[in-house]
Ligand binder design. Structure first.
Ligand code: 5GP
Length: 205
């Protein structure tokens, strides 16, 4: 079984990562979306085990001690982390696994797993980002200000990503990202077994 591609998607809060990744998973069987653990409180409508595994700070710290995460980070005062088991299991099963995580976590994963593909999603402009954050209506002005401040910090790290995707039109963004991820299956590093096999066949022919 050919292993799946590990895709890490980051982007400014409000860039639409959640909508894009959820649509990819809904439309194509090929994808599995990793569910993170977090110590932040659920937003209205969010469900345990679907949007996140909601943990107390103490529970989260216990998971850190047990080495349960591929990566974890503190973001605007709360912990967020990617549990190992699901991601590794799905990659082995041939699924393309999407991690939707912030920049510190993304760079940690990339350092550990260089074959992972990192994608940064952004709005076409800063003013569109601000409008989208206000439009969400779920966050206080203070939290929005925090997220914009955080976006300024994240902007410094965009050049460490493999790809940039601009989310202007949702449908175009979903299609473009799907194409980008699927093209990764052609990378030589994704086809090590196949290449070894061909070499062996050539010797035997
Ligand atoms: P939110 O609170 O809006 O759901 O997420 C805040 C930020 O945390 C987003 O940028 C999101 O991508 C990121 N995030 C979600 N899960 C994880 C995770 O498991 N690890 C890391 N490092 N970041 C995460």
């Amino acid at each position: 079984m050919k292993k799946g591609v590990l895709v890490i998607i980051s982007g400014f809060s409000g860039a639409g990562k959640g909508t894009v990744t959820k649509n990819l998973v809904k439309r194509y069987d090929q994808y599995a979306l990793s569910i993170s653990a977090t110590s932040r409180a659920p937003r209205p409508g969010e469900r345990e085990g679907i949007d996140y595994f909601f943990k107390t700070k103490e529970e989260f710290e216990k998971m850190i001690r047990e080495d349960a995460f591929i990566e974890y980070a503190m973001y605007v005062g709360n912990y967020y982390g990617t549990p190992k088991d699901y991601v590794f299991g799905q990659l082995e099963a041939g699924k393309d696994v999407i991690l939707e995580i912030e920049v510190q976590g993304a760079l940690q994963v990339k350092a550990k797993m260089p074959d992972a593909v990192t994608v940064f999603m952004t709005t076409p402009s800063a003013s569109v980002l601000k409008e989208r954050l206000f439009g969400r209506g779920t966050e206080t002005d203070e939290l929005i200000a925090d997220r914009l401040a955080r976006a300024r910090v994240e902007a410094e790290l965009i050049n460490k990503y493999d790809y940039i995707v601009v989310n202007n039109d949702l449908e175009e963004c979903i299609a473009g990202l799907h194409q980008l991820i699927q093209s990764q299956h052609c990378r030589a590093s994704q086809n090590i077994e196949f290449m070894a096999d061909i070499k062996k066949q050539l010797e035997e022919i």
